[in-house]
Design a protein around this ligand. Sequence first.
Ligand code: HEC
Length: 121
Amino acid sequence: MISRVFSSLVILWIVSNMAFPYSTLAGEGEVLFQSLHCGSCHKPEEKAEGTPLVQIAQTYGNKEKLLKYFQGEAEPLIQWGKPAMMKGQLKKIQALSDEQKTALADYILGFVKQATPTAKP
Ligand code: HEC
């Protein structure tokens, strides 16, 4: 019984990794990202109203920097030129618990692109 639950979890994990080629652990952070509609302005790679997630993950690189930005203790590292658009969003983020902010940061930092299998020489 337990092993059946375990193996279906493993299968689920494998399938979700195939469907989503980023090294992110989907979870609370992804749920928050979606429920707060961050994705309407932040797409994985393409430019939209806001910075692409891959660019954020690459530029910030570590959680401390991203959390400082979330908390309003640091200016945005990427000069995207539209700070006003993020102002209200930062208020929403700051209303979250520390644990939720960390989950959101982890989710965004997971958008480091992995090598595609087809790119092998
Ligand atoms: C209305 C569009 C919009 C929404 C919704 C939005 N953002 Fe943004 N976001 C922006 C823009 C525009 C910037 C660039 C701000 C600047 O130029 O300083 C930005 C910047 C950022 C940055 C910093 C990147 C940098 O410039 O250094 C992070 C991290 C971020 N957003 C996360 C989020 C998260 C998490 C949410 C959901 C709670 C969210 N955003 C929702 C538009 C949006």
